[in-house]
Design a protein around this ligand. Sequence first.
Ligand SMILES: Cc1ncc(COP(=O)(O)O)c(C=O)c1O
Length: 212
Amino acid sequence: KIVFLANPNNPTGTYVPFQEVRRLHAGLPKNVLLVLDAAYAEYVRRNDYEAGIELAGSSQNVVMTRTFSKIGLGGARIGWMYGPMHIVDAINRIRGPFNVNATAIEAGIADVRDRAHIERSVAQNETWLAWLSEQMTGLGLRVTPSVGNFLLIHFPDDGKHSAAAADDYLTQRGYILRRVSGYGFPNALRMTVGTEEANRGVVAALTTFLKS
Ligand SMILES: Cc1ncc(COP(=O)(O)O)c(C=O)c1O
């Protein structure tokens, strides 16, 4: 059996403080595997957050998974897992023989070595995530507080300004956000933090949309 925890979570951007993760782990039977999916770990700027490296390194039933897709290598299809040898060994036996290609591995190595690039992405995210949250709130839209590189924006229930209507409006103007009905949020859109131009463009478009 597996308990799978995306921390931070997608599409909410919320996180569980690591003390709580430890409590969860302490309460689990030893034969249950705890998977800590820390896809957005690079972006979290909270003292009470940990991706799970130490817990995975010191337990027999915890692994931490990471991806390169949020730090510059979206299409390369490469990620990694850290955990106890017996689990790594089992995964190694069931994985496809050529599941990650050599080019992606080289790109991944270059990516982790380029600390400056990751730091720039994180700094850009910190600035614009805060700015977007403020702007959306200013427009009267509720946002779920996010520690990731995206924001869950909730729309009014008045029909006219629903998430679906906003999505159509934005798409026509070249801004592609993500509908999240399938995650249980029929009236919200998830927006990934973008370039300054794109962020400002979405806020400007939503300002006109909400007045329409
Ligand atoms: C919580 C979470 N985990 C893992 C992933 C997987 O990333 P990828 O398949 O691009 O490596 C994503 C991507 O959206 C995610 O949101």
